[in-house]
Design a binder for this molecule. Sequence first.
Ligand code: SF4
Length: 214
Amino acid sequence: MGSDMKKRKILAEKTVDELRRLYPDASCSLDYDDPYFFLVRAILSAQCTDIRVNKTVEELKDIAGSAEEVLKLGEERLGEVIKPCGLYRAKAKNIIKTTSIFINEWNSKIPENIDELVSCPGIGRKIGNLLLGELYGIPALVVDTHFKRVTKRIGLTDSDDPSRVEEDVCEVTDPSVWISLGHMAVAFGRDICVARSPKCGICPLKDFCRGKES
Ligand code: SF4
């Protein structure tokens, strides 16, 4: 093992330990009802708060309570319902395409492997990994904007490319922590290591974080 890898492993261990102390109960803030509507929530969550997504999906379910009914709504009507989540035209298009694949190709069961998931338009690695972790408990790392920022500042990666960040962090952490590490990093990125003016003064990671601001 190279010395850089060794250093990153130690850094990763310290990071996981501190995040566990801060967020022992970190979990996904998207509500879970059934696998299909969880997938819808995941697609809607791009650039939108989980609170708004959860509320909008409840409204959607009052109108269309199953994948078949969502498909029947069609892009335009679906777009009107999900408008509060933003980017609604693209999201409606993705949801309709994905719903059709879910029903007709996946036999109404979300696949348990990432390659099949990302072959579906509208599902990238972030959503694919979220589904694997939350639906099946399969170790998978969800790299969102908070995760990317936090891990780069700390020094676990030098990359801004989500796939590379995922690779770098997976390389130095045990698969058993991947699901919770994603949730903990998001909570930490919202509370302390915020995008602008991170709260380094009160941050428990400041003794080993390379990105701390004085
Ligand atoms: S010390 Fe600052 S930059 Fe580093 S993790 Fe903490 S808040 Fe983020």
